[in-house]
Design a binder for this molecule. Structure first.
Ligand code: UGA
Length: 435
């Protein structure tokens, strides 16, 4: 497809990735944001997001002239072929997605677009939003299309340029095909649907992943009671292609800016559609219990009380590979520990030392976080934690490490004289699991 002219509204992690990668695919892109400081920084190729590969693309495409950043929506968008809406849809008071930002953009672009421009919603929107926005826009000559994003934080560029699928939904199939062809350079499988189906694919996917994780976290709890090993159980499951091999690692609960928000939103949608989706309800409730489970392990490790106990936390972000601490299970655990009187020192490779994050005093080295701590808790699966000098940690007389991600090399840690409390291993003789 020939180069198209695209405006992306919103320079967050979805909008910025889309803008930079569409430019990389050869399109002419203007990326709009209301935050002047952010626009100025991006115009200098100063990318603050921790997203591998993104800064070099922004820099290169600013150089080719295919990518520009502007503050505020330009008065005239008549030269644009597509407007991508990539503004936040946070959780509202009732659990449903708050669509104020999306509505505002639609309102603002209405009189600035020429006929046949396509408005593409990339923000995650509840089913029925495209229909509602089409009515709100009230421009029969302009199609509104849903094009959900499936980018993982930390892999956004890779996921955009090599997507597993491109989903486009609209009642206007010509417009949907035009949007799909913007991705021709990625050679991804493309699915064109009605707008409601495309909107639901996004929620259905994230909620399914969340359900898989709540399932595996419950299985891990069961393993502890039954003398089974979650690593062996999930290995046995992974070999079944119908189950698949990923999203089967237990942890301190799932978090981040997407799964918690989208599970709540789909549940709110189901409620208002009067559909019993108790499976999703249980998925969320199971996740809320995980931080309490971790705290119980830490409390046990500390001898029954956390009052005045120094706890060293390894990992604060919601997963490895990102600097994002939004809805991080690590911080949920930290706040519960602090509520029981624990004193917290934490280290994360992507969170600068020196500041406090909630109740956690953040330090610049894992050893500083560990020094003087009675219990160490691994909360995020940063590979570097497995490489720590566990002998040095053991020499300090700290007897217990709680590994909520089953990340650490069991043999090495055990040989260092450390008691390792893992997840999903037989509770009796925590040190007896296989290496
Ligand atoms: C998620 C989806 O994976 C993306 O496909 C989607 O595009 C994105 O939300 C979005 O809606 O924008 P992300 O929020 O980056 O991506 O996080 P995930 O990689 O899905 O991880 C979510 C949580 O599950 C993290 O807390 C992670 O540590 C946890 N997790 C993941 C596990 O505990 N175990 C696993 O095996 C995998």
């Amino acid at each position: 497809m020939a180069s198209q002219r695209i405006a992306v509204v919103g320079a967050g992690y979805v909008g910025l990735t889309a803008a930079a990668c569409f430019a990389r695919l050869g399109h002419d892109v203007v990326c709009v944001d209301v935050d002047k400081a952010k626009v100025d920084a991006l115009s200098r190729a100063d990318v603050s997001l921790h997203e591998p590969g993104l800064a070099p693309i922004v820099s290169a495409e600013l150089g080719t002239g295919r990518l520009r950043f502007v503050h505020g929506l330009p008065d005239d968008l008549s030269e644009v072929d597509f407007v991508f809406v990539a503004v936040p849809t946070p959780t509202g008071a009732d659990g449903a997605a708050d669509l104020n930002a999306v509505d505002t953009v639609l309102d603002q672009v209405r009189d600035r677009l020429s006929a046949n421009t396509v408005v593409v919603v990339k923000s995650t929107i509840p089913v029925g939003t495209v229909s509602r926005l089409t009515a709100l826009l009230n421009r029969p000559d302009i199609a509104v299309v849903s094009n959900p994003e499936f980018l993982r934080e930390g892999h956004a560029v890779e996921d955009f340029l090599h997507p597993q699928r491109v989903v486009v939904g609209s009642e206007n199939q010509t417009a949907a095909r035009r949007v799909a062809s913007l991705y021709a350079g990625t050679r991804a499988p493309t699915l064109i649907t009605g707008s409601a189906s495309a909107e639901l694919v996004k929620y259905a996917s994230n909620c399914f992943l969340a359900m898989k994780l709540s399932y595996v976290n419950s299985l891990a709890e069961l393993c502890e009671q039954l003398g089974a090993d979650i690593a062996d159980v999930t290995e046995g499951m992974r070999l079944d292609q119908r189950i698949g091999s990923t999203f089967l690692t237990p942890g301190p609960g799932w978090g981040g800016s997407c799964l918690p928000k989208d599970t709540k939103a789909l549940l709110a949608t189901a409620l208002s559609a009067e559909v019993d989706f108790s499976l999703l309800d249980a998925t969320i409730a199971t996740n809320s219990r995980q931080a309490h489970r971790v705290v119980a392990k830490v409390r046990d490790a500390a001898g029954g009380s956390l009052t005045g106990v120094r706890v060293g936390l390894l990992g604060l972000t919601f997963k490895a590979g990102t600097d994002d601490v939004r809805d991080s299970p690590a911080l949920a655990v930290a706040e519960l520990l602090a509520a029981e009187g624990a004193e917290l020192t934490g280290y994360d490779p992507c969170v600068p030392g020196g500041d406090a994050v909630g109740s956690v005093r953040v330090v610049a080295s894992p050893y500083t976080a560990i020094d003087g701590a009675s219990v160490v808790v691994v909360l995020t699966e940063w590979p570097e934690f497995a490489e720590l000098d566990w002998k040095r940690v053991g020499d300090g007389g700290r007897a217990v490490v709680v590994d909520t991600r089953d990340l650490l090399p069991v043999k090495k840690v055990r040989e260092a004289g450390i008691r390792l409390v893992a997840v999903g291993k037989p509770l009796v003789g925590q040190n007896n699991h296989r290496e």
